[in-house]
Design a protein. Structure first.
Length: 631
């Protein structure tokens, strides 16, 4: 959650800072701010505002920020409510330093009390202000006694910047928790110091100017050379250079990577919202997920990044899929897929629970962390814990260079392209596509026949076309949305592969329309949830042709017997159904293992259109963030 931008160079910093914060809006936030410094130093010029970037931009227009160095931040409230006082940047030592920070400092209360006893006065309820005062306190000590800077330190060679960099470095061991932070100094108007532990930072390498951001999106169009800062690294950034120092290794030569220009992809391209654009991009994102990965000659799938040989993978007897939110729902589908096609036992774990449990895990178990952003704090922590215990860890994620992509032993990228809408759509279906190919791969390693593998490949290759056909239901969905937009409760029901689909449909509606919705296996209705059914509670049934079709029809009749409105997502229409349900949304037929992908399309569209009709902020729903980097 939250976003960071930083600039040092020869141009005015504010235009980059504001545009960069706009590109980070998808991460989720409730306040924003920027701080700049004139070339001759002086006091920080600080603007902060509660609400959207537009409000901050209006404030800057009234009270401009000038200077060729600056930092900016979008905050998602954790410690303290969304107020101007709690918005970043925070100042320390009566304006000696300015800090922006992502993450959580778990021991901030202890540190805060010690600083108060030293005479520091706090202006906010945040954990971040502790960092600002800590750095300021270290800086005062070093300026009073420059000899205290260890001459053997790798930072001592930083010349006039040494005491400033050391002031940051000395604060870091005191912080327990996670951080991605950037520090600016009142008396050093040509220096930014960045540090990372568990929260991402990317450096943009320019010519006569340098950039810092939480991810690559603010850097597009400004530079094509980037450095991913790793945990326990400090970056010393001036307009002419970037130096990186590792806590244990001293100064290192960072790897400079090429940033692909994705400027067009972050445009809404004429769609009313990013979410709608991303729903319609799914035929393309599915093709990208499969490109080069279907091996018809051997009737299997192939992945270049697993970093395990086929012999090693044959020795795997159990999989654990760990994830959060939408990715947890895709993992549930993955459990059905892999157990059915590969006959391997699979366990799905909430990452937030797995990281604190101590389950017995056999040595021949493989761990997959599934995440869109690659930064989900709980998933990252769960993988680290499993890796610490000696298990091989793999990732399925969308963001190249993300924390989980770097820390896992191997993995699979989704290649879905940037997903700006907070409510995941194309990343979810791409995860399902990758898990289908993974099930095919493991199946062919074990017992699945050549002919069966070929049939699965045929169905996968036809999938993007089926999704295109499914998008044709939008007019039907819009009419249904107009009918039910004022409902206060929804039920989503499905069985087998479409039980997780029901969970995901309910989540989408909750996320962006703020309507209470619950997903269940339809047979579970009679075990409690049927008490909720009345004439004001619509039930969405996913009624695809499969072995459980008749069973779901029976569950549907139980709802109708209690006068509950029924919306049916179907891939066939018969006379009995027409006379029984209130509304029908038709989708193309696909084999049952691909039904969650196709059935998700009308559920995404239903959530979208209900949210629009209710006047909700579809791309940036309240209280939510795209990249959940706090526990």
């Amino acid at each position: 959650m939250c976003g960071i931008v930083g600039y040092v160079g020869k141009k005015e910093a504010t235009p980059f800072l504001v545009s960069g914060l706009r590109r980070l809006e998808y991460r989720g936030y409730d306040s924003a701010g920027v701080a700049t410094l004139g070339t001759n130093g002086g006091a920080f010029q600080l603007n902060r505002a509660v609400g959207r970037i537009d409000r901050l931009a209006e404030q800057i227009e009234r009270t401009p920020n000038s200077g060729t160095i600056g930092i900016g931040h979008t905050r998602w409230a954790t410690h303290g409510p969304a107020t101007t006082e709690n918005a970043h940047p925070h100042l320390g030592g009566r304006g000696l330093v300015a800090v922006v920070h992502n993450g959580v400092i778990e021991n901030y209360q202890v540190l805060k009390q010690a600083l108060i006893e030293k005479g520091y006065v706090f202006q906010s309820a945040t954990d971040t202000e502790v960092i600002a005062h800590l750095v300021a306190d270290n800086l005062k000590t070093l300026l009073d006694s420059p000899a205290s800077l260890d001459s053997d330190s790798s930072l001592a060679s930083e010349g006039p910047n040494a005491v400033f960099v050391e002031a940051v470095r000395a604060a870091l061991p005191l912080l327990r928790g996670t951080y991605g932070l950037v520090v600016m100094f009142r008396d050093r108007p040509d220096l930014l110091v960045a540090a990372r532990c568990g929260s991402p930072l990317v450096l943009g390498v320019g010519r006569g100017e340098q950039f810092i951001a939480s991810d690559t999106s603010p850097l597009v169009g400004h530079t094509d050379r980037i450095i991913y800062l790793a945990d326990h690294q400090i970056a010393v950034v001036t307009c002419d250079s970037i130096q990186v120092v590792h806590r244990d290794q001293g100064r290192i030569r960072p790897e400079i990577r090429i940033l692909e220009d994705r400027g067009q992809e972050v445009s809404s391209e004429g769609f009313a919202h990013y979410m709608l654009k991303e729903i319609h991009e799914q035929p393309t994102s599915l093709r990208n997920a499969m490109r080069g990965r279907l091996d018809r000659e051997n009737a299997t799938a192939k992945f270049g990044g697993l970093n395990l040989t086929p012999a090693q993978l044959r020795g795997v007897n159990r999989l654990i899929l760990t994830a959060c939110g939408t990715s947890w729902h895709s993992s549930l589908v993955g459990e059905y897929l892999i157990e059915e096609l590969a006959r391997m036992p699979v366990e799905v774990e909430y990452a937030s629970e797995l990281r604190y449990r101590n389950p017995p895990v056999d040595h021949d178990t493989l761990i997959f962390g599934i995440t869109q952003s690659g930064e989900t704090a709980d998933t990252l922590a769960a993988l680290r814990e499993m890796k610490r215990k000696g298990h091989h860890t793999l990732a399925i994620c969308n963001v190249v260079g993300s924390s989980i992509a770097q820390e896992a032993d191997g993995g699979i990228y989704l290649h879905a392209g940037p997903e700006i809408g907070v409510a995941s759509t194309k990343a979810f279906t791409s995860q399902l596509c990758v898990l289908s190919m993974l099930a095919l791969y493991f199946g062919r390693l074990r017992h699945l026949s050549f002919e069966a593998g070929q049939r699965i490949i045929d169905q996968l290759e036809n999938l993007p076309l089926m999704v295109e056909h499914a998008l044709g239901c939008e007019a039907q969905v819009r009419r249904v949305a107009e009918k039910y937009k004022d409902a206060t409760n929804f039920l989503y029901l499905g069985r087998h592969y479409n039980f997780p689909t029901a969970l995901e449909g309910a989540l989408k509606l909750k996320e962006i329309s703020y309507i209470h919705a619950e997903g269940y296996p339809s047979a579970e209705m009679k075990h409690g949830p049927i008490a909720l059914v009345d004439e004001n509670t619509p039930s969405v049934f996913i009624l695809s042709r499969s072995a459980v079709y008749d069973k779901v029809m029976s569950n549907l009749q139980e709802v109708k017997a209690r006068r509950g409105p029924v919306i049916a997502i179907v891939d066939q229409i018969d006379d009995k159904l027409v006379g029984l349900v209130d509304d029908i949304i038709e989708i193309p037929f696909v084999e049952d293992f691909l039904q969650p992908i196709v059935a998700s399309i009308p559920l995404q569209l239903l959530a979208y259109h209900i949210a629009v009709l209710r006047g909700c902020d579809v791309d940036k729903p309240r209280n939510l963030a795209k990249s959940v980097t706090v526990e």
